[in-house]
Structure formats: C-alpha cells, structure tokens
Design a binder for this molecule. Structure first.
Ligand code: FMN
Ligand code: SF4
Length: 659
C-alpha cells in the first residue's frame, strides 16, 4: 500500500517537475552574509532537499537597497549574487529538488536603521506604533522597485533556480498596495480595487515580460488579513481572478496575515495557542472560487501543518494542490522521508512554539529550533549516530529534565554507554509542567519524543536517585553530564504570607482562589502562558508588570495574538507595578512611575514569578574529585527549554571528546 498517496503524487508546474506535494515555504534564516546566501544556507537547504521534500522556496530575496534591512537578509541585485545563489540551487538539485526564489520588497516594515534609509509604502501609515511612518511612494520610487523585481528575478533564474514566487502577501510592499487598510492613496494607485492592483500588476507584468512564458512564476498571496478594513477571502477571489486575466501566473500560494502589530501578524506563524482551523479554510475557499471562474491554477496551502496525514487530508479533499511545511522542516529536515517510510515516531515534531525560529528572526539572529539544535549547524553537527566514533565511553547524566534527556539521547545514539540518574519520579523536569497548561499542550510531543528515544536506545533511568559525589565516583563514569536544573524562587511578603510560585500555580490548582494576581518580572513564556491558562480555568486574572508591558522576552509573532485572547478573557494588564505587601485580601503595590502607593482588594491569590534558582550541588565536588564533567541547562543559569535542549545536545556530543 502506498503511504500518503495524494502527497506522493508528482506534479508539474509550468515545466517544473516536483516529486511530491510537500514544499518547504520561504523562511528567512538570517544566515546571510553581506546580503548574500552563505555556506550555511547551502548546508541547510541541502539537508532539507535530502530529507524528501518536493520543492523548496528560498527565503525572501530583497529587490532594492531600501528593502535590504539587516545584513543577514539576502538580496538578488548585488554583484556576486548569481554565484552565491547558484551554490544553493546546486545543493538542492543534487537531491532532485527544485528551488524557487521568493522575490520580495518588504515596504513599510523594513528596518531603515540598518541602511540609514527611510522605509517606503503605499501610504504613510505605520505597521506598528514602534515604527516610523514610511514615505508614500512616488512614481519614481515605483520604477526603481519594478526594476529591482525584474533584475532580481533574472539573476535568480540565471543562478539556476527553477522558478519564482513574487510576494503579494504577508503585508509586504505589494500587499500594502492591494489592501484598503494600508493603501489610502487618492491617485491612480489607490481607491478602487483596480487602482490598488495597478502597481502590483505592473510588477508581475514586468517580470513575466522579462522571463517569458515558459518559466515558472507564481505569487504568494494573503487571502485574509484579519483586519477590519483589510483583504478578506471574497475580495481575494476578485483580486486573483483579475490578476489571472492580466498576466500568466503559474501557482497561487495562499497564505494570510499582514504586517500589522495586532492579531493579524500573530496569525502568520500561528503558534500552539491557535486552533489550526483558524486558517485552514482559506486555500479551499480560494481554489473553489477560482475554479468556479474556470481558473485551474494550482493552489498551495500553508500554516501549522505538522504531519503528512494533515497534508494528505487537505489534498484528498481538494482543498489544495500542494501543502507547505516551513517550521516542520526547521524542526526535522527529513519529515517527508521518515513519514513516507512509516517512521513518523522518529520525527522531531514542530511544537509551534516560535521560540527558536520566529523569536530569533525577530531578534535579527540566525534562526534555530527548540526541538532541533542542529538547525543552522548542518555542516558541523551530523545527526547523532550518523558518524562512527572511535572511543565508546561510560557516560552518567545527572538529571532527567530536557537538557539531561537530550544529552543522554545524543551520547547514546553516538554509541556511548549512558545512564540517567533522576532525583524525582519522572522525566521532563520543570518542562513537564508546560503541557499541563491550557494552550501549551503541544509540549507533550517533545516530552514523548525524548522518552521514546531513550527507550529505543535502552538508556537506563534510575528515578529518585539523589546523586552524591561518592556515588558518582563509585559508578566510575568516564564522563558526567550535570543537568540538575533549577528550582522556583520563593517570595515572602513582609506580612509573612508567601506568594504562590508558577510551578505551584500549575501543579496545585487547589491553592488558587477565584481572583488571582500574577506579578511577573521575567517577561518569559511560562508566566505569559500562565495568564491565559488561569483565565481559561475560570479565574479572574490581573497581570502586574514592573515594565510597561508583559511577555517582553517572547516574540511579537506570538504575543500579538495572545494579547487578543487575553483581552477576550478579560485579563487586566497593569504596567509599572512593584509588590509591597499582601495582607488579608489586599495586595499593596507601588506605582513605579510615581512611587505612589496603590492597592488591589478582594485578592485571593498572588502568584509571584521570579527567575528560578540554580540547582547545582555537584559541580564543586566533581571538580575536587577530578571527575570530568560538563554542565547543561538551568543548572548553569535558569533560562528556557530552548537553551536547555541546545546545551544538552552539545553536552551529549562532548561526551565523545577527550576531557
Ligand atoms: C523564521 C521564519 C521566517 C520566515 N520568513 C519568511 C519569508 O522570508 N518569506 C515568507 O513569505 N514567509 C516567511 N515565513 C512564514 C512561513 O513561510 C510560513 O508562512 C509560516 O511559518 C507558517 O507556516 P508553517 O506553520 O509551516 O511554519 C517565515 C516563517 C518563519 C518561522
Ligand atoms: S522553534 Fe518551535 S516553532 Fe520553531 S520550528 Fe522549532 S519547534 Fe517549531
């Protein structure tokens, strides 16, 4: 029996032969150097092409100087770019995978600070209150952009890429023209649908004219902006139908969202808090709309597809012709091959956490992945077990949290003899609390994967083993990995009352009254998630913050949508508040802007979230005993699962090196 028969059916799009229906959508990696694709790009894309995907769309390639932004962003108009792109195309072609170039101008949301230029847009409307307004584009500005699209497209094809995806979505420049929410122009390029389409169509026509009819050119298009005055699916069918009448478009990649600092931007990389149904209807709606008008162009879908079963169902139901998996491929480059071979349990499933990918994107650093520390290090870190190591060693891992489990897996896969000693009665450490929270349930798949791998490699785990240095020495390990984690900070008010810790709030709901105040000074995911969790469990929740906002260490790609949900749950956010005392049912606080006293009444519970305390009882003793060791995760400094798993992975590799 053929597994995933609809997924495995090849497709040809204007001469581009694609071996199956899964593609990897464009995702900016920040691997670029001097605005050109780097060796890291080559290695990253080769690995994904090897993993069985049908086609790869390369990250947004910028078309003019005023959309360059950060130096890691890649451009298609600079000297040397053809050779640099050719290396990436050669790498995917080695594995029979076509590479499509995404051609893009970001318009108003480009960070002008990098190039010391202003951003440009359809109208002088900001995408966010944190941004400067863009310059309203003149006809001359438009000519430069048309030229940039043509030049970049020709360069990409000359470099051997197989086709082009012109960006008409995600709130980038051409969508800024298309959308009534960002285009308030009164000249020929605004107003009616015809006016708003004029410039985006000019770009498409110019590129098509330059490349000819036999080269593959599609568009990426946001069919829903989730804005009151934005593009919606009905308007989308009209825009697309008009476009198809004017110019040859070989595929339509249906996406959604605009760059607009509200719920809209949060939908683009919908995180685990989203119901996948929130965006799944769009491609089918567009496909049916276009087919009703006898337009049989292939329609691609995207967003939060994390296994091939979901993709199979979409294609079988006629909701799309191809399915895009971006984060699923960051998490596991071989998701397609493993699934087709029936090895779904070996897939490192994307959690839709946005912590390694979107968050690093936003911070202008190279993307990575919480569940896959190899992402972006393909040349230096082979898959564990892929390379045969000379020496096999006796490795003892102290602590079975995320860092310890990852370390043990890597070392065991590399052939070492590994044991774990865990002082509690379960694996997962404090991360095991995450899936107990509403909207954070997807973390369970990571915990399951870690346990499954250890079982497959027969790694013995001793629970309730509170290791001492003497016991460790008696075990005679060649190498010890300390992953002893952290413990939550206790907070005692002057009245003697204790704040409830985050861990207690999740594990022991019986401690909580109806009205809960959460005071968080970490700004990170656990406390941010706790607000929604408690509100969904029926508590009246007030969030107090020492800063002007909440969740400041998380990413806007998640917070913008979470904030909307918190609002609908009536969670009140009170900025600039310090804690003074909790007495009876009154919480006394300080307004940090004025220093004045303030208070909240009828408060049943105060959850106080502070940075955790390292749990590190063994480092000095191992040092004194001369036992070789390495440390990983929260026992070094309390942070998140992203850092814990990365360090656990690195520690597992270090087990094979001489101390
Ligand atoms: C780190 C990162 C960078 C992205 N960069 C781009 C980009 O350059 N161009 C683009 O059209 N979409 C970009 N996206 C959006 C993805 O193409 C995709 O639409 C989104 O991640 C949802 O799909 P997924 O659930 O399969 O990840 C990016 C997504 C991520 C996570
Ligand atoms: S960091 Fe999280 S969301 Fe991003 S690819 Fe990895 S698991 Fe998926």
């Amino acid at each position: 029996m053929v597994r995933y028969p609809h997924v495995q059916r090849p497709i040809v799009i204007n001469g581009v032969a694609i071996r199956n229906r899964i593609f990897m959508p464009a995702h900016t990696t920040n691997f670029g150097e001097h605005h050109l694709p780097s060796q890291r790009h080559v290695d990253y894309h080769r690995e994904r092409a090897k993993g069985g995907v049908g086609a790869i769309i390369f990250e947004a390639v910028r078309v003019t100087k005023n959309t360059l932004g950060r130096p890691q962003g890649v451009a298609g108009f600079l000297p040397g770019c053809v050779e640099a792109f050719r290396r990436v195309a050669d790498a995917t072609h080695e594995h029979g995978v076509p590479l499509i170039g995404q051609v893009c101008h970001m318009g108003r949301q480009i960070e002008g600070e990098f190039e010391r230029s202003c951003s440009v847009g359809a109208s002088p409307i900001r995408w966010s209150t944190t941004a400067f307004p863009p310059r309203e584009m003149s006809r001359r500005d438009m000519d430069i952009v048309v030229d940039g699209f043509v030049r970049t497209s020709l360069n990409l094809l000359e470099a051997g890429l197989d086709g082009l995806e012109i960006h008409w979505g995600h709130g980038h420049l051409l969508q800024q023209f298309l959308s009534p929410s960002s285009n308030h122009r009164t000249d020929a390029y605004g107003g009616t649908i015809e006016g708003r389409m004029r410039f985006p169509l000019e770009v498409l026509l110019a590129v098509r004219r330059a490349i000819g009819p036999s080269r593959c050119m599609g568009i990426r298009f946001s069919a829903e902006e989730f804005l009151p005055d934005g593009i919606n699916p009905v308007m989308s069918v009209e825009i697309l139908e008009r476009a198809l009448r004017e110019v040859q478009i070989d595929f339509i990649h249906v996406t959604h969202s605009a760059y607009n600092m509200a719920y809209s931007i949060g939908t683009q990389m919908a995180d685990m808090g989203f119901d996948k149904a929130d965006v799944r209807h769009l491609s089918g709606q567009i496909r049916r709309g276009l087919r009703a008008a006898s337009r049989n162009v292939p329609v691609l879908t995207v967003c939060k597809y994390r296994d091939l079963a979901e993709a199979e169902a979409m294609i079988a139901a006629g909701e799309a012709d191809m399915v895009g998996m971006a984060r699923a491929h960051i998490a596991d480059p071989a998701i397609v091959r493993k699934s087709i071979e029936g090895r779904e349990k070996d897939v490192r499933r994307c959690l839709a956490c946005n912590q390694g990918c979107a968050q690093h994107l936003e911070r202008n650093i190279a993307i990575t992945c919480l569940v896959n520390p190899i992402a972006g290090r393909e040349a230096t870190w082979a898959e564990p077990g892929a390379i045969s190591l000379g020496s096999k060693r006796r490795v003892l891992v102290i602590g079975g949290g995320p860092a310890g489990c990852e370390a043990a897996y890597v070392a065991a896969a590399d052939g070492h003899q590994v044991s774990i000693w865990e002082r509690g009665d379960r694996l997962g450490g404090r991360l095991a609390l995450a899936p107990l929270m509403e909207k954070r349930g997807d973390f369970q798949s990571l915990l399951d994967l870690q346990r499954y791998r250890l079982e497959m490699l027969s790694v013995p785990v001793e629970f309730e083993r509170n290791a001492t240095a003497a016991e460790i020495a008696a075990h005679k390990p060649d190498f010890v990995i300390l992953a002893t984690g952290s413990t939550p900070s206790e907070f005692v008010f002057p009245s003697g009352r204790r704040g409830v810790t985050l861990d207690q709030a999740v594990e022991r709901p019986e401690l909580l009254g109806k009205m809960v105040i959460v005071h968080d000074d970490t700004g990170d995911w656990p406390a941010f998630s706790l607000l929604e969790h408690l509100a969904l469990r029926g508590h009246r929740v007030i969030a107090l913050s020492p800063l002007a906002g909440i969740g400041w260490r998380t990413t806007i790609y998640s917070t913008a949508a979470t904030r909307k949900r918190l609002r609908s749950l009536n969670v009140r956010i009170v900025p600039l508040r310090g804690l003074v005392d909790f007495d009876g049912e009154t919480l006394h606080t300080e307004d940090l802007s004025t220093g004045e006293a303030d208070h909240f009444t009828a408060v049943n519970t105060v959850v106080v979230v502070r940075t955790a305390v390292v749990n590190n009882p063994l480092e000095t003793k191992l040092e004194q005993a001369g036992i070789p060791y390495i440390m990983a995760g929260d026992c070094l400094a309390p942070r998140t699962a992203l850092e814990a798993i990365f360090e656990g992975h690195a520690a597992g590799r270090a087990a094979g090196e001489r101390p």
